[in-house]
Design a protein around this ligand. Structure first.
Ligand code: SF4
Length: 300
């Protein structure tokens, strides 16, 4: 009879088969914990059909376009999404002056909810039809409207601005496009009754109070030249990563223009890519901020 072979008893039990916990990038952790916001902004362009008195980018029909190519936006947006950023915003200038805007917005919204800021006055039949393609996509057009009275609204924007906006917004809503209203207020200019009238107007279009954003004129760019607006230190602006053709800034008020020159006080990097470089620099600045220093400006 032969001896039965006995398997040797291991000294230690085999290690359980546990997958290693993935390490989050510090930027992703900061977004997840709310230390920095999850939205990235892009300045698609600086030219505009209007030249509002309080415009902090000094936009107008005659300024340099300073436009970003779609790929200059989509590639960093894809990297930002991998880093943990969740939402996207396009601003200008008037973004819808760029022929690629609707296609870009559709592509961006595949990465996350997207807002585009517009003055709502460039939508002739062709642009309106193209804009209706945004119905069903996670895109909100945020349209500026400062008062429910035409004269008060148009005072700092342009004649007929009010009429064009009140003509456009209900048609977009009817077409299924998500619309938000943004109101820019100079101190004391809109009293409680006027504010209520404005809210009654946007509610009549089916736009809820959650989609009505009110924020002050910021003392930068043309507003500063006109001695208007609220003065804020950098840490009082929301720490939203914001790209223009010139690089990355702290917050969407960062890449403003004064006397035809880029304001560099909120510039973080001169490069757009890799996004992780700018995002890490912004996070370092945000970590050094006094607690609770960022104000509620209604930038949502
Ligand atoms: S505030 Fe907006 S609409 Fe007015 S000039 Fe500037 S970019 Fe154009």
């Amino acid at each position: 009879m032969t001896a039965t072979a006995v398997a040797p008893v291991p000294d230690t039990a085999p290690a359980p088969d546990i997958a290693p916990t993935p390490t989050l990038h510090p930027v992703a952790e900061a977004i997840a914990s709310g230390t920095i916001p999850g939205r990235v902004w892009f300045y698609s362009n600086y030219h505009c059909n209007l030249a509002c008195t309080y415009c902090f980018t000094e936009s107008s029909p005659t300024v340099a376009k300073r436009a970003m190519d779609p790929e200059q936006i989509l590639r960093p947006a894809a990297e930002a999404s991998e880093l943990g950023y969740t939402d996207f915003g396009i601003t200008g200038g008037e973004p819808f002056l760029l022929p690629y805007m609707v296609d870009l917005l559709k592509d961006l919204s595949a990465l996350g909810p997207t807002i585009v800021i517009s003055n709502g006055t460039v939508f002739g039949p062709r642009r309106f039809t193209r804009a209706t393609e945004l119905a069903g996509h996670d895109v909100a057009i945020q349209i500026s409207l400062d008062a429910a009275e035409p004269d008060l609204n148009d005072e700092m924007r342009r004649e007929e601005n009010f009429n064009k906006v009140v003509d456009l917004v209900p048609r977009l809503v009817d077409a299924g496009v998500k619309v938000r209203i943004a109101t820019t207020v100079e101190d004391g200019r809109l009293n409680a009754d006027q504010h209520n009238e404005l809210c009654a107007l946007h509610r009549s279009w089916g736009i809820t109070d959650d989609d009505h954003i009110v924020h002050p004129v910021i003392h930068r760019g043309r507003a500063a030249e006109e001695d208007m607006g609220t003065h804020l230190a950098f840490h009082e602006f929301p720490a939203e990563l914001t790209f223009s053709v010139d690089g990355a800034c702290w917050g969407p008020f960062g890449p403003s223009f004064t006397d035809g020159k880029l304001d560099t006080d909120l510039l973080i990097t001169r490069t757009l890519e890799p996004v992780s470089t700018a995002a890490s620099a912004l996070l370092r600045l945000a970590d050094g901020r006094p607690q609770g220093a960022d104000t509620q400006l209604g930038i949502r």
